[in-house]
Design a protein around this ligand. Sequence first.
Ligand code: MV4
Length: 458
Amino acid sequence: MFAKVLVANRGEIAVRIIRACRELGVKTVAVFSEADRHALHPRFADEAYCIGPPQTARSYLNVPNIISAAEIAGVDAIHPGYGFLSENAQFAEICASHGFKFIGPAASAIALMGDKSSAKQRMAEANVPVVPGSGIIESEQQARRFGREVGFPLLIKATAGGGGKGMRIVGREADLPAGLAAASGEAQAAFSDGRIYIEKLLTHPRHIEVQMLGDEYGHIIHVGERDCSIQKPSHQKLLEETPAPNLDPSIRAELLASAVRAAHAVEYANAGTLEFLLSSDGKFYFMEMNTRIQVEHPITEVVYGIDLVKWQVRIAAGERLTVRQEEIKPTGHAIECRINAEDAEMGFRPTAGKLGSVLLPGGPGVRVDTHIYAGAEVPPYYDSLLAKIVTYDRTREESIVRMRRALAETEILGVATTVPVLERVLTMSSYVEGHTNVTWLREHVLQPPHEAVAAHGG
Ligand code: MV4
């Protein structure tokens, strides 16, 4: 096992990783920006180094400063968390070339999955269902032919995109030339890579993802699926749950088997997530693979009784994954609500400032992952996630009741939060019945049809 690990992140995930390392008997090194001098992650770690000014480009994305801190502290490994440098293949290589083990998959797997078009091709070769697509578009003629073959509407995607960045819907052939030009231009501006491909647009799909764990000796397991359909218009998730509601057992089995095939196809080691779209006719399609620990990993941990972050560290240290597929079964149901410093009434605009009262829920079946405390500053420079409230119980119904209770106990003063919009989601009959999809929040909660407003007294 490693003696010392540097955590190249901030916020709740830095705290989460430090906790896992502490329990493993591994010393930790935090890095922090000038805005995070009084944050919890430098306090909880064994050592802490300031790596620069508040702006992320000068601190949490500042590779030379992070590597310098790792050298000064003499660590064995670097955990990147999520966001920041977590899916940067070049950073993974730089870690290795300085003698630090990157706690994540091989740089080659990060690079392959980072190119959405090549990822899709590799998955198709492994017999994993993918949305009918064009391959990289070289000409307008090719795009027209593809559109006539599969029918409109289409969705143009950027090869270097992901997470909904650089997507464009084209409703009819006449709009294709303008759509191609705009999508390619945006992709070029955002990623310095203007390559695009086209897919048939699925309407009202659900977002179902599968948690994977693989070791460096080719042993791969899935740790179940998560339904992450409730997303903001910006494609950021707001509420996730496991198991996915209303998922036919035979489709679930096929989905999990496909995910295991997919991970084997890229010889995946460490924690990763395969994202799928589930169409209303029950067919599922591979969308992307995330080569990092995800925000929503705790719901999987509580339902499967597996510590994913500890496994990330053990696997990177060369240990074998001793958990066998047959021995893990989901117990009960878990829901995660993301408490962000955002005003849902203002299009989820981030709010920063000094926190007043901070009261977080507890009691049976409640887990809270957070870095906030009363009087803490919420800086304007970073992701607005304040806390993750996870409830778990025997059934989905009980887990929902427990989440309503947990949100009612929550009081965070000083900034706007997503608590009110989450409370509203948990009262909606379509949510309770498990009938959501990726556009449901926008269509039924943020701009509710007249009937829904009347029915729920909004
Ligand atoms: C799609 C789609 C419909 N059809 N692809 C959005 C994020 C990116 N990872 C892929 N996304 C989508 N791809 C086809 N062919 C709908 C979405 C989509 C979506 C997917 C997951 C979660 C939220 C979403 C919100 C809007 C659109």
